[in-house]
Design a protein around this ligand. Structure first.
Ligand SMILES: C[S@@+](CC[C@H](N)C(=O)[O-])C[C@H]1O[C@@H](n2cnc3c(N)ncnc32)[C@H](O)[C@@H]1O
Length: 500
């Protein structure tokens, strides 16, 4: 992963935005053939026929365009795709068979035979879709899949102290578009890490704090957290970024010894063998995990490590976790098996699928494919309907619920928030876990949390002060200049960076 290919590079893949196929002729031909011509002699008949054909073609074209426009306006193709998905759901979630509106034809196909092609490719729509039917089916799906689930639309927003963006912006230098995109995300996540560690109470043992970043990429976020919290950064990634991008190559000498890398797939890491010895060697007494935008099943693999760590009863307690999730649509066929294995104990999933592994695979196939609708809806020229976005949110809620429950089983408390405005990143869901008290401050920063502004502002003061102190030290060590994080030599058109 390079800075040139940030996480949103995989967002908004137009997997559902397929080119229009030729419009089915049967839509218009019947009408056109009905229009006549009454020329009566042979010549004039010939001329008339020519004229008629010309007129007919013109009419046909006009009607075709009209029909196409009507379908386009009513989003027939997109609504049909959604109905297909909703119709296929009962095969995975039996409780939906009776909840779907009468008259709707559930696919009823065995779960293992669910289509593997994007549903839009399977057939062209021939008649407009009744929006009420779509709404009713969607409502039914929500009434079954959405029960007891934290819904996206109801998630509190917790952005952290936005005034601290300027402070962080003075500490690091990147192309303006990178700064615009990342500073807000980083401030929000750093605030949460600070709150979870500060509120950890007695669990915070003597010794250094480690910020363990899973899917760390260049490692910038973990290093910033380490500077703010006087800790060390442990960067886990299966891919070692090129030297030019590694944060430890960019900071002043004295900070380099505070960055350690573990290069390996998080799925294969043994906490006692691969993680704890390294931490002990460097005097680490407690740790917190962060994971920002690990695509697809990467989040679940990271959660697997967290669970193994918490249940190992090892010598370094885990104080909490801050996990920004990303790209559910990237959970492919093999990943779905891994997702199912990691969440095998989850009662929400087993309840929906009545403990049937094939149904669970079918449910995951439907959910993962359709979550992209929400991110695609933000892409230029997309045709995604509001109903598809609602369904995508529901499916992502369903994928997210077992993750939240896994964290609730590993820590005293866990919650989900929106950590950044969706306009800045559509991948704005963040799972948080830690002690009950620390979670309260991490989630309640006044944005939409119901906490009064004064209390929220007071909560944030220690973080802002810690950031200011870290900033002063960093600038002093770097001869008064911000740390240059520009990916020199890596050109990015998207971020308007020429590599210099
Ligand atoms: C989208 S990037 C995010 C990088 C960084 N966290 C950030 O926000 O800038 C995802 C990173 O996760 C890493 N990754 C994905 N799956 C992983 C796995 N199973 N084990 C370790 N690293 C993984 C990738 O190599 C990549 O660096």
């Amino acid at each position: 992963m390079t800075e040139d290919a940030p996480q949103e590079a995989c967002v908004g893949d137009q997997v559902w935005d397929l080119p229009e196929p030729p419009w089915p002729l049967e839509l218009v031909e019947g009408n056109v053939l009905g229009s006549g011509n009454d020329a009566d002699d042979a010549t004039s008949r010939g001329v008339a026929r020519l004229g008629t054909r010309h007129t007919q073609r013109k009419q046909r074209r006009a009607q075709k365009a009209q029909a196409k426009q009507a379908h386009g306006l009513s989003r027939t193709r997109e609504l049909r795709a959604l109905l297909d998905v909703l119709g296929a759901l009962p095969a995975a979630v039996p409780a939906l068979s009776s909840a779907l509106p009468t008259g709707m034809d559930p696919k009823g196909m065995p779960s293992t035979e669910l289509p593997t092609q994007p549903l839009q490719q399977r057939r062209a729509p021939t008649k407009p879709v009744d929006v009420n039917e779509v709404e009713a089916a969607l409502h039914a799906a929500e009434s079954v899949l959405g029960v007891g689930v934290q819904r996206y639309a109801g998630l509190p927003t917790a952005l952290g102290p936005v005034e601290a963006i300027e402070i962080l912006g003075a500490m690091v230098e990147r192309a303006p578009k990178y700064q615009e995109k990342y500073l807000g995300q980083e401030v929000s996540l750093l605030y949460k890490v600070h709150a979870l560690v500060s509120g950890a109470g007695a669990s915070r043992t003597n010794g250094t704090l480690a910020i363990v970043d899973i899917g760390a990429g260049n490692g910038c976020l973990a290093l910033l957290a380490a500077l703010i919290l006087n800790g060390v950064a442990v960067l886990i990634d299966h891919t070692l970024p090129p030297q030019e991008l590694r944060v430890e190559e960019k900071v002043p000498e004295r900070y380099r010894s505070r960055v350690f890398r573990i290069t390996g797939d998080v799925a294969d890491l043994d906490v006692d063998r691969d993680v704890l010895p390294l931490l002990q060697e460097h005097g680490v007494g407690s740790a917190i995990v962060i994971a920002k935008h690990l695509c697809g099943v990467g989040t679940d693999l990271a959660l697997g490590l967290i669970r193994r760590w918490c249940s190992s009863g090892g010598c370094v307690p885990l104080l909490g976790a801050v996990i920004a999730t990303c790209c559910g649509h990237k959970i492919g066929t093999e990943d779905r098996e891994r997702y199912a294995a990691l969440h095998a104990e989850d009662t929400y999933l087993s309840g929906l699928t009545e403990n049937d592994p094939a149904r669970l695979q079918a449910l995951l196939a439907l959910c993962t494919r359709c979550v992209a609708w929400r991110t695609t809806a933000g892409a230029l020229g997309n045709r995604i309907t509001p109903q598809q976005v609602r369904a995508a949110e529901l499916f992502e809620d369903a994928l997210q619920q077992p993750r939240l429950r896994l964290l609730q089983g590993s820590f005293p408390a866990a919650a989900e928030v929106l950590f950044i405005e969706k306009e800045k990143s559509p991948q704005n869901r963040c799972l948080l876990a830690g002690s009950l008290e620390s979670l309260h401050s991490a989630c309640n920063d006044g944005a939409s949390s119901g906490v009064c502004e004064t209390e929220a502002a007071a909560n944030m003061v220690p973080f802002v002060e810690a950031l200011q102190r870290a900033g002063r030290e960093l600038l002093e060590a770097n001869r008064g200049k911000p740390v240059d994080l520009k990916p020199h030599g890596f050109v990015s058109a998207k971020y308007d960076y020429d590599g210099n």
